[in-house]
Design a protein around this ligand. Structure first.
Ligand SMILES: [Zn+2]
Length: 386
């Protein structure tokens, strides 16, 4: 089923709150119940279907990967309908999320908009009010309505707004990067990030990956709190978002390289345990880069972190197919152990196998590895998944 959404988002940067009106138009009628996830600090105050008021039930125990706190809203539909309208307001929290006087970051992880519980293709049309004086990434300003307009057919919806920030543009090997930074961001750091970005692209496109990419993308360095002491970020088709950065060191470069590596290392189902493929090979790509640029110590520090995380994490393949916590580290350590046994070049080759794998599943990966290197390595990988 296809869904069109019309979202009116009002951002109150003084009280760190949002007020939202959402209208969904479904490509066919739905009946009985309509359920979705929403950030659990948001309060729903009105729901209607084809303009008839609806009742709904709220449960606070919804758990989905990548979210900190979700509520499940189940709407009783009094009849078959194809238009649902919702109104809600409140605060948001989650990974890479922020509402402040000069930086607003709202995304899939904040669950600031209804998250469908079934696979549904949604077109987002968002009108954003309250952000005059900000610059919005991937949005245009409507002078007449005095609102920002954002639209996408991606699976998610990222509102990224910075006031009084910086913008640096760099082009390298057919890749152009727009670097957007927050107001307190040091200009020298901005240029340093741009320099590192060039080095990463050069390393990836000439020494590691086989596929040439032509791309223009936005890098947004905003203001978000760290989760569990880790600087985090995320990557979409033409977008990389990173949290606050004070010093540009090997860890920042590693994170940046990891997110850029996802341009090549993606495609395995990221909502299941199979996400270990995307994450492990993006991470090893980043590790090869920082080893090259910063040397063994930076490399080993990160491996040490993964060893600790992996020890505490469950097996990669979960009985119910869910994405386990620690999926990054478990796979990274496994490939690191293979590197110890078979050498650094093997890591390059394994990354390249995943890069062009089709379909991007663990079974297919193990099969390709067996075809190329024989049973020993493929059995090793297979054994360490479970
Ligand atoms: Zn990643």
């Amino acid at each position: 089923m296809d869904v069109m959404s019309w979202i009116k988002l009002n951002v109150d940067t003084t009280h760190n709150k949002i007020d939202v009106i959402v209208k969904f138009i479904f490509s066919r009628n739905i009946n009985e119940t309509f359920s979705f996830g929403l950030g659990n600090m948001l309060e729903v105050y009105d729901i209607s279907c084809n303009q008839f008021p609806c009742t709904w039930e709220t449960k606070d125990d919804l758990e989905l990967p990548f979210r900190l706190g979700l509520q499940q809203i189940s709407v009783d539909l009094p009849m078959e309908c194809n238009v649902i309208e919702l109104r809600y307001s409140g605060k948001v929290n989650g990974w890479s999320t922020n509402i402040g006087p000069d930086c607003v970051m709202l995304n899939y992880y904040s669950a600031w908009y209804p998250i469908f519980l079934t696979k549904t293709r949604i077109k987002f049309n968002v009108e954003i009010d309250g952000l005059h004086g900000f610059q919005l990434v991937n949005s245009t300003y409507d002078e007449d309505k005095r609102v920002w307009i954002y639209g996408t057919t991606c699976f998610d919806c990222n509102i990224l707004a910075l006031a009084n920030g910086g913008l640096t543009v760099r082009t390298m090997n057919d890749v152009t990067i727009y670097i957007h930074t927050g107001p307190s961001f040091d200009r020298d750091n901005e240029f340093e990030i741009a320099r590192i970005a060039e080095e990463i692209i050069k390393f990836f496109s000439t020494s590691l990956f086989q596929t040439k990419i032509t791309k223009t993308f936005n890098l947004v360095i905003g203001v978000t709190s760290m989760i569990e002491g880790e600087t985090i970020g995320y990557c979409r088709n033409n977008l990389i978002v990173m949290g606050s950065i004070e010093v540009v060191n090997s860890e920042v470069a590693r994170l940046f390289a990891h997110e850029m590596a996802h341009f090549w290392c993606h495609g395995a189902d990221s909502s299941t345990w199979e996400d270990w493929l995307n994450e492990t090979f993006a991470e090893h790509s980043a590790l090869l880069f920082i080893e090259d640029k910063y040397g063994e110590e930076a490399y080993n520090n990160r491996i040490r972190y993964h060893n600790e995380e992996a020890d505490a994490a469950p097996a990669i393949r979960t009985p119910d197919g869910r994405r386990p916590h620690g999926v990054h580290s478990k796979g990274t350590v496994m490939i690191q152990n293979l590197r110890k046994l078979y050498g650094r070049d093997k890591v390059f080759e394994l990354i390249r196998i995943f890069e062009v794998l089709n379909p991007k599943t663990t079974d297919q990966f193990v099969t390709e590895v067996r075809n190329k290197f024989g049973d020993e390595i493929s059995n090793y990988i297979f054994k360490h998944i479970t």
